[in-house]
Write a protein that binds this ligand. Structure first.
Ligand SMILES: NC(=O)c1ccc[n+]([C@@H]2O[C@H](COP(=O)([O-])OP(=O)(O)OC[C@H]3O[C@@H](n4cnc5c(N)ncnc54)[C@H](O)[C@@H]3O)[C@@H](O)[C@H]2O)c1
Length: 670
């Protein structure tokens, strides 16, 4: 039997009938942190009984003590023994055993999420963000793959937080898979509820594209960061086309933050980034994501100023503390154009942000040995951090919060971060940039994956997408011309930027028209055999309509509805009956469990008439739902965009808000 037959047989077998050999804990792999020991003895018994449900009784006497050992050692039962021996990665769609091509596409996507080259903690089935799970354990993976291989186009697979509940009869227009992740009764959605119910094996944190099988590696974050930086440059300088001749100072060369220097250079600017962890600095330098490392602060500053004057695009890492960098810039009275921060301040007491005046290892020791002193030092540092930024801002620097809770933690630390009316002195990247400049017009992180797994297909899609956008740009209103240009530039240089890791995927910010027209052109190219196999469409949840998150995606909603989640729920329901191949809805993602509801979809297009209808119907809803809501929140860019959409599609009728006169409101006796 060849490798492919073996692979197919393994999938079709599901849970093996003969117990596989126990696996060693592989030290070469990056493993998830050990989780809290949160369960009582009775709850541990329940967790074991829950885990054993997947296995025939004759295996229980071996598996019960083994799973208890995992629970005690790691805080979770991952069922390591059942991790398959075959290599998990995205293959050609036809390699997966299947009766439904749509189900094969889903196998492709979820195996991509668990590829060792992609996933952060592959053996714990975590794709990114520390706890972004595809499944809770390996039994769920095996059963899910088996169901996907067996199912036909008249069935729907139902997945409850990683658990494949079963195949249910449906119809060919229904989604093949419906996923929910972390859906809780609202009062049970505090962080410790995740620890407890995840340890019991009944829920999981799906992040955004982890538990929805739509992660495409680091490319997504580079594009999003590029769009943010480009628009930040234009915010401070309406004549600016890009970041050319401007200095951007920030921190962090970690998972997402590491995209900043690469994005700044793509945007033709000068980027200085401080990173305390030497390993992270060297890794990003070796990858070519940061051009230089200069640890002498004065030499670094001189080099950056020279680059600014000569309009050179360059990124320079400082392997040291961000506050040391800011303070030296203040002392030398250097004009920095844009500033931000991407330390992991959403997690300040467990290594997300380090105190000043200490070596990295020293700070890590203090964090474990004297957590309260560590906390004091972090807060003292945050106060200095804000003082330096305030001085830079007085000298004309534009500073924005990068969704990492910088402003929130600075406030908690007692830093001078509030203005006279008690609001933050600075805005977040969604309030100022992504919200009004992108999401309100419908621009968001559209993406696609070539199911042939062939580079040639991806190249063909890049070319087709560029042609479509060039055509659309001719009649685009002035309000969105810049966005159109950015996305044309991005897609034209996407191949050269060499960002594919894992599946042959591409991300491209586009609005409703852009997404629909590109997808229709792909569908035609598949029908003409110009593209060899079907294409999987999708998007990040961090988008126009998919996510309700009051401090991030919907932070530029100011009518009080930012604390509701109707938009995200409507979105996923609406996608499900308009042609999505699979849909998912999650509690948690990016900003934390209980803090956000977000959803997404996947859609296989195969060149058929049905695919054409699905594209027109579902992508239109998937973007215009969010624009309609943003319009109702009185966002003027969204009012413009929804009026335009109504003109183009007579079937769309959306309420436009009337604006109350401020003087009238203020004249009343409250
Ligand atoms: N990039 C985006 O589009 C985006 C969007 C929303 C939120 N975020 C947020 O950005 C933050 C960073 O994400 P990540 O995945 O890169 O996290 P990460 O933990 O992988 O990286 C953060 C880096 O900051 C470094 N660091 C910590 N304190 C420092 C200090 N005082 N000086 C210098 N370096 C320091 C750490 O060593 C680490 O390498 C998170 O809070 C995330 O939620 C990013």
């Amino acid at each position: 039997m060849n490798d492919l037959d073996n692979f197919r047989n393994f999938i079709l077998e599901g849970i093996p009938k003969v117990l596989p050999k126990k696996k060693d804990y592989d030290l070469k792999i990056n493993h998830a942190p050990i989780r809290k020991d949160i369960l009582s003895v009775d709850e541990k018994k329940l967790a074991l009984k829950n885990a054993l449900r997947y296995f025939s009784k004759d295996m229980h006497h071996i598996l019960a003590p083994e799973f208890l050992e995992e629970l005690k050692k790691y805080g979770r039962i991952y069922m390591y023994r059942f991790r398959p021996d075959y290599k998990i990665y995205s293959r050609n769609i036809n390699d997966y055993p299947h009766k439904s091509k749509q189900a094969a596409a889903i196998q492709l996507m979820l195996t991509n999420n668990l590829d060792n080259a992609i996933a952060q903690h592959p053996h714990e089935l975590i794709t990114y963000g520390g706890n972004g799970s595809v499944f809770q354990n390996w039994a769920q993976y095996l059963i899910c793959m088996q169901f996907l291989a067996q199912m036909n186009d008249e069935q729907t697979l139902v997945i409850y937080s990683g658990h494949p509940m079963g195949l249910f009869p449906s119809n060919k227009n229904a989604p093949r898979v419906v996923v929910t992740n972390g859906m809780m009764i609202p009062n049970y959605s505090k962080p410790d509820h995740w620890e407890k119910y995840n340890a019991l094996g009944v829920t999981q944190y799906g992040q955004m594209t982890a538990g929805s099988f739509m992660y495409i590696g680091p490319q997504g974050i580079v594009h999003g960061t590029t769009i943010t930086i480009l628009n930040a440059a234009r915010k401070i300088d309406p004549l600016a086309i890009d970041l050319s001749g401007k200095i951007f100072v920030t921190s962090g060369l970690g998972g997402m933050s590491g995209a900043q220097p690469k994005a700044a250079v793509i945007s033709n600017g000068v980027c200085i980034v401080a990173e305390l962890n030497k390993k992270a600095t060297i890794k990003r330098h070796e990858q070519g994501w940061v051009d230089l490392i200069i640890n002498d602060l004065d030499k670094l500053i001189d080099r950056a100023v020279k680059a600014k004057n000569e309009k050179e695009a360059i990124s320079i890492a400082y392997n040291g503390h961000i506050v040391d960098l800011w303070e030296r810039l203040v002392e030398r009275n250097i004009k920095v154009d844009i500033g931000s921060d991407q330390t992991s301040l959403h997690n300040p007491w467990a290594g997300g942000y380090y105190p000043q005046g200490m070596k990295y290892e020293e700070a890590n020791n203090l964090m474990v040995n004297n957590p309260s002193l560590f906390k004091e030092k972090v807060q003292e540092t945050l106060r200095s951090h804000v003082n330096a930024i305030n001085t830079m801002a007085k000298n004309g620097m534009y500073f924005f919060d990068y969704g990492n809770a910088f402003l929130l933690e600075a406030k908690r630390a007692g830093a001078d971060i509030l203005n006279e009316s008690g609001n933050f002195k600075f805005q977040s990247y969604v309030q100022d940039i992504m919200g009004p400049m992108c999401f309100d017009y419908g621009f968001g992180p559209f993406r696609w994956v070539c199911s042939s797994n062939q580079k040639e297909d991806l190249k063909a899609t890049d070319r087709i997408a560029a042609e479509v956008l060039e055509k659309l740009k001719i009649n685009s209103p002035d309000e969105i011309k810049l966005q159109m240009n950015d996305n044309i530039n991005w897609i034209k240089s996407a191949d050269d930027n060499n960002l594919v890791v894992g599946s042959q995927a591409r991300i491209l910010y586009a609005d409703s028209n852009g997404r629909i027209e590109i997808a229709l052109a792909f569908n035609k190219a598949i029908a003409n055999n110009e593209i060899k196999e079907p294409i999987i469409l999708g998007r990040d949840h961090h988008d126009v309509s998919g996510t309700d998150s009051p401090y991030r995606e919907t932070s530029n909603i100011y009518d009080g509805s930012q604390f509701t989640a109707d938009m995200a729920i409507h979105n996923v329901i609406g996608d499900s009956f308009r042609g999505a191949t699979w849909v998912s809805i999650h509690n948690g993602g990016g900003v934390g469990w209980g803090e956000v509801i977000n959803g997404g979809f996947g859609m296989l297009i195969d060149g058929s008439k049905e695919s054409e209808e699905n594209i027109k119907n579902m992508l239109f809803w998937d973007v215009n739902n969010g624009i309609a809501r943003r319009n109702w929140a009185r966002n003027k860019e969204a009012i413009f965009a929804i009026k335009r959409a109504m003109k183009e599609n007579e079937q769309l009728k959306v309420l436009i808000p009337n604006t109350a006169d401020e003087n009238l409101i203020n004249s009343l006796d409250f």
